[in-house]
Design a protein around this ligand. Structure first.
Ligand SMILES: [Zn+2]
Ligand SMILES: [Zn+2]
Length: 392
């Protein structure tokens, strides 16, 4: 057996020996669902556990109470396991983040043995509020993912996929300012802000026919006037623009803005708009070299892993912002049958089942094995880095 295989076996054995503890922790987080930025119990249990295992723990990093960093070892390479632990309002852990958090912790603890042998650092970075607010978006801009060599997160899902996609996502808030007037007695004195918005809304509908299949533009009208007998002097809307890559999102941004300008031009209402740069999700750029290493390890554990996500049905994830800064992967592990979709009560129940436990243990093992690959294999590190620099 090679030294690498030897270390991988040690890591896998470590996770196996903690099987009951890890499952208990996952179930405890599952039974105590906490929503965005309220994850004090989960963050507390995770950091206490890691601290007891000799990790250096920093709590409340990036000015977020429930964010944390735990590290073991020193120097490069720095391998980070990303933990999510927020739940959905009303549904609980319908996205299975209890599994993500516990797998990250298990992988990091198992990687200690490798780090002790060959050097480098194993980290768990605790990232709150994936569902509601995109905690990693803020953490990325506050330096949480600087100075890492790779970052990994495995998400429970319906099947095993190594390379996943997620859309870049940018919010647009618009307002039109017109002039109020009596809608029947003096309509000619009014400037109709709602008309401006309706023209823009319809222009966006026309635009949608001529954009890439994977791009999305969707919005709601949040203010359409106050009284039916007054020409609306104010109208407002919120839109989201999504695209498979950040460049195309830039292209879309200009086209969408032209639609809103058309509404202003046609009616004389004044347009004000705000792009949500501070909450912008970047597209997920899975590092293929790293994903391939992960896929081989997961297959060695008996999983059938698809190389790419053929469905490409996607939302957005704040892990995209991590992938813009550091070579990263966001594979999925199959725990539920195809008809049980995430963000449902049925998926929540699976996340606490035997299948969920298996997904947790195997994704922890596969991540630890992949960490061993990264820590020992300089050639793999070179390929990961080259792909990342080349723009992937
Ligand atoms: Zn989710
Ligand atoms: Zn999720």
């Amino acid at each position: 057996m090679s030294r690498l295989d030897d270390l991988k076996k040690t890591a896998v054995d470590e996770i196996e020996s903690r099987r009951d503890q890890l499952i208990e922790l996952s179930l405890r987080i599952h039974a105590n669902p906490e929503t965005a930025f309220q994850e004090t119990k989960a963050a507390g249990w995770l950091t206490d556990y890691l601290e007891a295992e000799d990790f250096a723990v920093e709590r409340g990093i990036c000015q977020i109470d429930t964010a944390f960093r735990a590290s073991y070892g020193s120097g490069r390479p720095r391998v980070a396991f990303i933990a999510e632990y927020d739940a959905l309002p009303g549904i609980g852990h319908g996205c299975g983040h209890n599994i993500i958090a516990t797998a990250a912790l298990g992988a990091a603890i198992a990687t200690r043995a490798v780090v002790s042998e060959v050097g480098g650092t194993a980290l768990v970075i605790g990232t709150p509020a994936e569902e509601a607010a995109g905690g990693k978006v803020f953490m990325a801009s506050r330096g949480a993912f600087d100075d890492l060599d790779v970052a990994m997160l495995v998400h429970p899902a319906n099947r095993d996929v190594a390379v996943t996609y997620a859309l870049a996502c940018l919010e647009l808030d618009v307002q039109y300012f017109g002039r109020a007037a009596h809608a029947a007695a003096r309509p000619e004195a009014g400037v109709n802000a709602l008309d401006a918005l309706v023209i823009a809304y319809n222009s966006v509908n026309a635009l949608r026919q001529h954009i890439r299949d994977s791009a999305r533009i969707h919005g709601i009208i949040t203010d359409g006037g106050q009284a039916v007998n007054v020409v609306p002097e104010h109208a407002a809307a919120a839109f989201l623009l999504r695209a498979e890559d950040d460049d195309y999102l830039e292209e879309l941004r200009e086209k969408v803005l032209a639609c809103f300008r058309a509404g202003a031009e046609a009616t004389g209402a004044r347009l004000e708009y705000h792009w949500g740069e501070e909450t912008r999700y970047r597209a997920m750029r899975s590092n293929r070299a790293l994903a391939e290493a992960y896929r081989r390890n997961m297959e060695a554990l008996g999983h059938q892993v698809q190389e790419y996500d053929s469905h490409r049905s996607m939302g957005s994830t704040d892990m995209g912002n991590v992938s813009a800064l550091v070579p990263a992967i966001h594979p999925t592990v199959g725990i539920a049958p195809p008809d049980v979709v995430i963000h449902t009560r049925e998926f929540r129940d699976v996340a606490a089942s035997e299948a969920g436990h298996r997904g947790l243990l195997d994704s922890a093992k596969a991540m630890a094995m992949t960490a061993a690959d990264v820590l020992l294999d300089a050639e793999l590190r070179r390929r990961i880095e080259e792909e990342f620099r080349g723009g992937g």
